[in-house]
Design a protein around this ligand. Structure first.
Ligand SMILES: *Cc1c(COP(=O)(O)O)cnc(C)c1O
Length: 400
């Protein structure tokens, strides 16, 4: 039947046959999902995985990426969120209620702390802070509901004793959530680690970083192994309308193939820089989990058995260098770009004032301004030269 042009423009004449396949899975862009008939409409179970009813509840495109992420991280189920922080918020909003206590490390990813402080003021959730490298400071009360973990910690890169923290949480019936962005599921298996085959309850991952790998996509995930926990999260995810763009998902899916190669390359480059950075007199401390002097190095060695250590390294400048010097240093870098995030092709630098970031004592950290380097895919020799040149420039400007 010949259609009117207006109809013909809307209804495509051809469908791909079932047997057609391609290297990358086909991309579904959907808000509406079309039901075959009223039977499927009335028998849909939108709270079940892989039941398709509406775009926000998942498409083959989002489920495919979710399955890959769950598999890489050693879990079973995965939910995608529009950013890493949104995935963190999903966990907090799903499991925390008025009167509950939540525990976070002092070195936790900053915006998570800010989000929790906001919940504290508005909804009466108590935020308790522990020292990532002193597990005795984790003293949960009966109201404790959730323990946030991060290995290694954002910015200062301490590696906590995950085994002791998880055991203590489990003994007290407290849910454990690990921000797994640093390890990316490649450095260690958060669902089976240590001598006792311990497991966290869920991992959150900023897919913005290594999985995307391009510095151009924002996305996050929450992975679980327990069906009941997953269903709680699935419901919270659905009723909050959290969803991601199919196009963004396809881009992350495409990048996954090279993730481990990039991760290992950036880990290796970072180790090359670490050796060099440690020899520079301008830095009083270099922070990296693989360094024997680093806080929690033994924990890292125990858990990251293959020696993976991601592409982050921080330095603390000698106290003689003031804020203006550090700014001159950062402004003199050419290959390292000034910006937040990591895991992309371009190396990044960011400066921090630790005094404004920590509430507890941090005696393992020297005084001074901190600069974090995120190693991209450039050749490490060029990166070293870039830092060398910027240090010279900083000192030249100081003496003028
Ligand atoms: C970047 C990051 C996040 C948040 O991810 P976004 O996608 O930028 O919101 C969370 N945790 C850690 C450790 C991160 O580095």
């Amino acid at each position: 039947m010949k259609k009117n042009p207006q109809t013909a423009l809307i209804h495509a004449p051809r469908k791909a046959p079932q047997y057609i396949s391609s290297i990358q899975p086909p991309l579904f862009r959907a808000s509406t999902i079309i039901f075959n008939n009223t039977d499927t409409l009335f028998n849909r179970h939108w709270t079940d995985d892989y039941d398709y009813s509406y775009g926000t509840h998942g498409t083959p495109t989002t489920f495919t990426l979710g399955d890959s992420i769950a598999q890489i991280e050693g879990g079973q189920y995965c939910l995608l969120a529009p950013s890493g922080l949104s995935a963190i918020n999903l966990v907090n909003s799903c499991f925390l209620s008025q009167g509950d206590e939540v525990w976070v490390a002092d070195n936790i990813y900053g915006p998570n702390m800010e989000h929790l402080r906001n919940l504290e003021t508005r909804y009466g959730i108590q935020v308790k802070v522990y020292n990532a490298i002193d597990t005795d400071t984790f003293q949960p009360s009966e109201k404790a509901k959730l323990l946030w973990l991060e290995a290694a910690g954002s910015v200062t890169l301490e590696f906590p004793d995950l085994s002791r923290l998880v055991k203590k949480a489990q003994a007290n019936n407290i849910l454990t959530a690990l921000d797994n962005t640093w390890g990316a599921g490649l450095a260690f298996n958060a669902f089976d680690f240590g001598e006792d085959h311990l497991s966290v309850d869920m991992t959150v991952h900023a897919l913005t970083k290594y999985p995307s790998g391009g510095g151009d996509i924002l996305m996050g995930s929450v992975v679980t192994r327990d069906k009941e926990l997953h269903h709680k999260l699935f419901r919270a995810h659905a009723i909050q309308g959290i969803s991601v763009s199919g196009d963004d998902v396809a881009q992350v899916q495409r990048s996954l193939a090279s993730m481990q190669l990039r991760y290992e390359h950036q880990s290796q480059s970072c180790l090359t820089l670490l050796d060099w950075l440690k020899q520079q007199p301008e830095f009083v401390q270099v922070l990296h989990p693989a360094d024997t002097d680093n806080a929690g190095h033994e924990n890292w060695k125990e858990i990251c058995k293959q020696g993976h250590s991601a592409g982050l390294v921080s330095v603390i400048f000698d106290n003689n260098y003031k804020l203006q010097d550090i700014r001159n240093f950062c402004d003199s870098l050419k290959l390292f770009k000034l910006g937040f995030s990591w895991g992309g092709p371009v190396s990044l630098v960011m400066l921090y004032n630790l005094k404004e970031m920590r509430v507890l004592e941090h005696s393992h950290l020297k005084e001074g301004f901190l600069v974090r380097f995120c190693i991209g895919l450039e050749h490490p020799k060029d990166l070293i030269e870039d830092i060398q040149h910027a240090l010279q420039n900083m000192k030249k400007l100081k003496n003028e």
